[in-house]
Design a binder for this molecule. Structure first.
Ligand SMILES: [Zn+2]
Length: 97
């Protein structure tokens, strides 16, 4: 049988019992970094990266750290005055990603 990158991804995702979705993402990030460090398989590393980016919900797809919420007030012209709208976004306190 010839393994495709998707087969390898499937084996990594479902071939092991993870305690949580987050554990799985952390493991995939570890494998991705391992591959990148050794320039072992660019395509497999990219396949893992795609999966991590699509499935990492509240953790950083770059380093696996838990994301934090940053909020700020953004000015919005409102008639002759300016209203402020509260904006928020997720960011990584570890790597800024
Ligand atoms: Zn990060």
């Amino acid at each position: 049988m010839i393994w495709t990158y998707e087969d390898v991804l499937y084996a990594l995702c479902d071939g092991q019992a993870y305690e949580s979705e987050r554990d799985k993402i952390h493991f995939l990030i570890t494998v991705r970094d391992w591959l990148n460090d050794r320039q072992a398989s660019r395509e497999l590393a990219d396949t893992l990266q795609d999966y991590v980016e699509k499935n990492a919900v509240d953790i950083c797809p770059k380093c696996g750290e838990e994301l934090a919420i940053r909020t700020w007030m953004e000015p919005r012209p409102y008639g002759s005055t300016v209203a402020y709208e509260e904006m928020s976004e997720l960011y990584c306190p570890e790597c800024g990603g």
